[in-house]
Ligand binder design. Structure first.
Ligand code: ATP
Length: 253
């Protein structure tokens, strides 16, 4: 099967300091791939390049064979790539339903335009968007709280809400930046189940996550970064035995 997302020699320097250097790997449709590595290894920077927030100083990103390097995030979203962020990015005063509907609006350019121009979106469109947002909330186990303000929800619930909003963009590949960070064991378990379910439905997942138990359990493939470079990749069991990987993790203490 050919790759859905191809990362080819990607790199970036900030003020002469190389944060990511010549990183290559691929993600196939419906596959869960995780990027791991010690603190400061360059994982989030890599995500920021793939999702169009940073322009790489070297290399290319391709989605379904087409080059998407440094493409603006809303254009990437329309091509089928969406992401979540390490820190929560929810609108606290809005309901969960409204938070997910923001995702739909980002995809439906017309919706954004009519909002900007102060024109009411067509009632039919709003209803369709609400129905599909409700279905997404059900998918992440939050349908009963659809009309509650986001600020009243637990941290774990908000992490799932963010996944629902990213799914509203109908991605082919979803980039999740530490989806379980700050979650307790039960919440992590829920995120774990949810990620596996999303992948089973055919959406590829590229994951950055510090929870090794979670990563080892759900990933088909691991990419290990250290000091901005890829030091290993392969099946989780294989990577866990790699002496270079063990040394990189021990070296951080
Ligand atoms: P963590 O696991 O702690 O989140 P990480 O692997 O995601 O770490 P990054 O946040 O990508 O690591 O950081 C990699 C390196 O790039 C760090 O040395 C960081 O200081 C540097 N860096 C990242 N973004 C910038 C920026 N905008 N300007 C300057 N340096 C940056």
């Amino acid at each position: 099967m050919s790759a859905l997302l191809e990362i080819d020699g990607l790199g970036i320097a900030f003020g002469g300091i190389t944060a990511v250097d010549d990183v290559s790997f691929a993600v196939r449709a419906g596959e869960i791939v995780s990027v791991i590595g010690p603190n400061g290894a360059g994982k989030t920077t890599l995500f920021n390049m793939i999702s169009g927030l940073y322009r790489p100083s070297q290399g290319k990103v391709r989605l379904e064979g087409a080059e998407i390097t440094a493409m603006e995030p809303h254009l990437l979203a329309r091509r089928g790539l969406s992401r979540t962020f390490q820190n929560l990015q929810v609108f606290g005063e809005m309901t969960l339903l409204e938070n997910v509907m923001v995702g739909h609006h980002l995809r439906e350019k017309a919706g954004v335009l009519s909002d900007l121009l102060g024109l009411p979106a067509s009632r039919q469109k709003t209803r369709a968007s609400a129905e599909s947002a409700l279905a997404l909330l059900a998918r992440v186990g939050l349908e009963k709280a659809a009309y509650r303000a986001a600020r009243t929800m637990s941290y774990g619930a908000l992490k799932r809400l963010e996944i629902a909003r990213a799914l509203a963009l109908a991605p082919k590949i979803l980039l999740l930046d530490e989806p379980a960070a700050g979650c307790n064991a039960v919440e992590t378990e829920e995120i774990d189940r949810l990620i596996a379910e999303i992948a089973r439905a055919g959406v590829a997942i590229l994951l950055v996550e510090h929870d090794m138990k979670l990563v080892m359990k759900i990933s088909a493939h691991l990419v290990v970064l250290d000091h901005g470079r890829k030091i290993a990749e392969g099946a989780p069991a294989e990577v866990a035995r790699d002496p270079q990987v063990i040394a990189a993790y021990l070296g951080q203490h």
